[in-house]
Design a protein. Sequence first.
Length: 338
Amino acid sequence: MRWRLLFREQIKYCSTFKFSPERLKRSGCNLLKGRNLIDPMDFSLVELEEIFNYADEIIKDPKDFSHVCDGKILATLFYEPSTRTRLSFEAAMLRLGGQVLGFSEAQSSSASKGESVADTIRTVECYADIAAIRHPKEGAPKVAAMNSKIPVINAGDGGHQHPTQTLTDLLTIRNIKGGLSNFTIGICGDLKFGRTVHSLIKAMSRYENIKFVLIAPNELTIPKYIKLEVLEKNNIEFLEVEKLEDVIGNLDILYMTRVQQERFFNEEDYIRLKDSYILDKDKMLKAKKDMIILHPLPRVNEIAVEIDTDPRACYFRQAKYGMYVRMALIAKLLGVDK
């Protein structure tokens, strides 16, 4: 069923090239060159599968891809702090044989002098072949893409979207659980401001038989627009609860998130909510033996360190998958994939 769905999409997206179904099945059709990734819904299921398949090839033999980006430059424009996202983008480009330039905070760029995002990207496109941008303001990467002649990747914009983390999450689930359909996914913590949460729900809503259990205190529940425009509009089954221990036994995947101090205007609210959920061994006794734990990281204290040795803890493997999927994405957008 899943193959027929993907194949129908591939015929639809490649029809302008007048390829026969046999040729499509044999060689595929790459429409990703020169594209932007701003929202997780920017790519079709077929295009996502193309990226994941290419990432799997890289995982099998990374050295075989060590020169596909020779002579290419990635600009990392990070107006917000980042460890995994920025370093995984840079590691991805370097492992592909390319080079990296950029900045890691707004104060070290001309943004501190008042330069607009549009002017920054117009300047950067003179020096780089592709750009990844993280910005505290929602919509800033889209503004960059609208004013850029090079591909732009959204590396996170405020509390809005984080599409490359979503690619990371999907590749992790696909490779560890064997697919992307027929799962009950628990998402726990900051569902209001968590851009990784919003992107994951949007992306997973396109796969078959997905159910969500949304676990959050009243102050941090999922935004109304996600419920109305994604879950209810697509008839996705979901349940909202406050206690993790009441539902953990029903989950195939548990996606933990931290309460984000940087999104709060009131310090007292953050202190009151920051310890709302802590995953420990006692709670894990109620979980399925094959449930997996994911986390976009950084972790504060929402997953006890004692859980790290549990074979169901997959968040550091998830971080490595993030590098591989970004390698695949960069190569595809540049059109240099082998």
